[in-house]
Write a protein that binds this ligand. Structure first.
Ligand code: CA
Length: 203
């Protein structure tokens, strides 16, 4: 096959792969903005005057802090941007997400922190989804940015944040959760081939 044809084929492949429809997976209420005004009762636990957390299943003592209508007793020292979720003691927050492509690579990003004043009493937070798992020990000084690459091993996956088994009521915070697909290796090959042939043609 002539170089010109290969170049056209490679460019066409790259264009096709780039233009493939966006996959439908997404984290719902990953910023907890949907609950900005709904949690009105101190200290922000689910129950009583407070509703459940939109789009998330919870186990244990969980809730929302930092919203417009309540309070931030479980916030870290550094201020947050709007509402965030917390898990006190042992518990979890989880969400079932559809639209993954089996074998594709994705990246989960989120923020975690610990309740200010709990220094010296630490707890772990484990994020799990697909083939990925990341255990952290959040600190209370500020929000920590976390990145968890994973491969989808099913079209529907459960994203879960689970705390350890602390002796007391250590409280961990979570916010700004999102998932983005990584470029497929095939697309990278196509782009690389186009670049190589382009250079060859010019030389
Ligand atoms: Ca937020």
């Amino acid at each position: 096959m002539k170089t010109q044809h290969l170049l056209t084929l490679a460019a066409g492949s790259a264009l096709f792969l780039t233009a493939s429809p966006a996959r439908a997976q997404s984290v719902l209420n990953g910023t907890f903005d949907a609950n900005d005004e709904a949690f009105t009762a101190f200290p922000g636990y689910i129950g009583g005057a407070n509703p459940t957390i939109d789009s998330w299943s919870s186990v244990g003592q969980t809730g929302i802090n930092g919203g417009a209508s309540c309070c931030t007793p479980f916030a870290p020292a550094a201020p947050s941007e709007g509402p965030f979720a917390f898990i006190q003691g042992q518990g979890s927050l989880s969400q079932t997400i559809s639209g993954f492509t089996i074998g594709d690579s994705y990246t989960l990003t989120y923020l975690d922190a610990a309740r200010f004043g709990d220094d010296g009493d630490t707890n772990t937070l484990t994020a799990t989804i697909g083939t990925g798992s990341l255990q952290t020990t959040p600190v209370s000084a500020a929000w920590n940015s976390r990145t968890l690459p994973f491969t989808a091993n099913a079209t529907t996956l459960t994203l879960a944040f689970t705390t350890g088994t602390p002796p007391n009521d250590q409280t961990l915070d979570i916010d700004s959760i999102s998932i983005v697909p990584e470029p497929t290796s095939l697309a990278l090959v196509g782009v690389g081939l186009a670049g190589f042939l382009g250079r060859r043609r010019r030389s």
